[in-house]
Design a protein around this ligand. Structure first.
Ligand code: CAA
Length: 379
């Protein structure tokens, strides 16, 4: 793995950073406070090619690769974690359709995500009773003349109320992981009902809703991939998604760290900057070390995916370490800010709320450890 970034990667990272600094960061606290879906910001991301960074150019993507995408995600998350997760899920959906879709599906949906014509894409796997264990899902798709009828409920769907297209998993066969298929459902399809926006601890500007499928008819051509092969599609998508969330956590942690450094230099107690006390310097040293370790694991996983190598375990390792390290970093950043870390005048409080979910969604830390443990125990 080459630690030097190539020209494309540098350009994508710079493009994302410039946009994040100029457009996203100045409004991030207000978006959070007002729980405002960042529709205009997402359009801007699409114009810069950041809604399909690792998507083929013929489908409107930037075709810049997985490493470039991770770098872009880090930059956007450093400015606004809510915008970053919305961008992450849209990129993931564009990639899934580009990879598993037929020509018609690819050309119908992917350019609408990458161009910003769709406000977002959504990924509907989890259910109220099927979170860590998606193989136990209950949503069904019944074969009818000309298509399928979906019935059931999905939970925690990022951008579920705004998405132009939703990738939905539903049971078409027997129980367990083998009887599941994947469908593309367009936003606004009759019978598809987004529920109440969740009142979340963090990521308050990202849209999170349950989705009810109430006799929701989708045509024949809505099935993505082969019948009853949907679980593997979901797992492969999540492998990539875990690199995205590792990158998002890294971006949030980096913001918290940078702000803690600035505060430690500026804030004086006992007649000197608090950063000159070993207790504070030690915390900053741990933050820097852990963020660098997280960055290495994340970029390695991205590099493996980009180069067509197996990366399931490495994606889980990156997601596990980066999310847990970023939580520690954000927690220390609040501690360094003292009382000012506990109020909304500084970013530290928002970063701690935003980072908390990164050890939960896209597979909890416990699930990442399961994936890693299986890989080391199975020859
Ligand atoms: N790639 C390809 N295939 C895979 C795979 C992978 N990474 N992982 C499993 N599979 C295949 C297996 O080979 C197996 O195939 P066969 O049936 O042909 O043998 C099949 O899938 C079933 O595999 P398992 O028996 O290992 O399945 P399991 O039920 O034990 O589950 C698990 C494995 C890793 C724990 C999985 O259930 C899992 O990842 N759970 C967490 C779910 C999750 O991450 N949800 C996140 C929701 S989305 C989200 O959070 C988005 C957001 O809001 C931002």
């Amino acid at each position: 793995m080459d630690l030097e970034l190539n020209e494309t990667q540098q350009l994508v990272a710079k493009t994302a950073r410039d946009y994040a600094e100029r457009v996203v960061r100045p409004v991030a606290a207000a978006l959070d406070r007002e729980e405002r879906f960042p529709a205009d910001i997402l359009k801007g991301l699409a114009e810069l090619g950041l809604m399909g960074v690792n998507v083929p150019a013929e489908l409107g993507g930037a075709e810049a690769g997985v490493v470039a995408y991770s770098l872009a995600m880090q930059e956007i998350a450093r400015a606004c974690a809510s915008t970053a997760v919305t961008m992450a899920v849209s990129n993931m959906v564009a990639e899934v359709i580009a990879r598993f879709g037929n020509e018609e599906q690819k050309h119908l949906h992917v350019p609408k995500i990458t161009s910003g014509e769709y406000a977002a894409g959504a990924f509907a796997l989890s259910e109220p009773e099927a979170g860590s264990d998606p193989g136990s899902m209950r949503t069904t798709a019944e074969r009818v003349s000309g298509g399928w009828v979906l019935r059931g409920q999905k939970q925690w769907i990022t951008s579920g109320a705004y998405a132009g297209v939703i990738v939905v998993w539903a049971r078409t066969g027997g129980p367990g992981t083998k009887g599941i298929s994947t469908f593309l459902v367009e936003g606004g399809t009759p019978g598809l009902k987004p529920g109440k926006h969740e009142d979340k601890l963090g990521l308050r500007a990202s849209n999170t809703v349950p989705l009810t499928f109430d006799d929701c008819f989708v045509p024949e051509g809505a099935m993505l991939g082969e019948p009853n092969q949907g679980f593997r599609v979901a797992m492969m998508a999540l492998d990539g998604g875990r690199i995205d969330i590792a990158s998002q956590a890294l971006g949030i942690g980096t913001a918290a760290f940078e702000e803690a450094v600035a505060y430690a230099k500026d804030r004086r107690q006992f007649g000197r900057p608090i950063g000159s006390f070993d207790a504070i310097g030690g915390m900053l040293a741990d933050c820097k070390t852990e963020l660098d370790a997280a960055r290495m694991l994340t970029l390695r996983a991205a590099w493996l995916k980009e180069n067509g190598r197996p990366f399931t375990r490495e994606a889980s390792m990156a997601k596990l370490y980066s999310s847990e390290a970023a939580n520690r970093v954000c927690n220390r950043a609040v501690q360094i800010h003292g009382g000012y870390g506990y109020v909304k005048d500084f970013g530290a409080e928002r970063h701690l709320r935003d980072v908390r979910v990164t050890t939960i969604y896209e597979g909890t830390s416990e699930i990442q450890r399961t994936v890693i443990a299986r890989s080391v125990l199975t020859p």
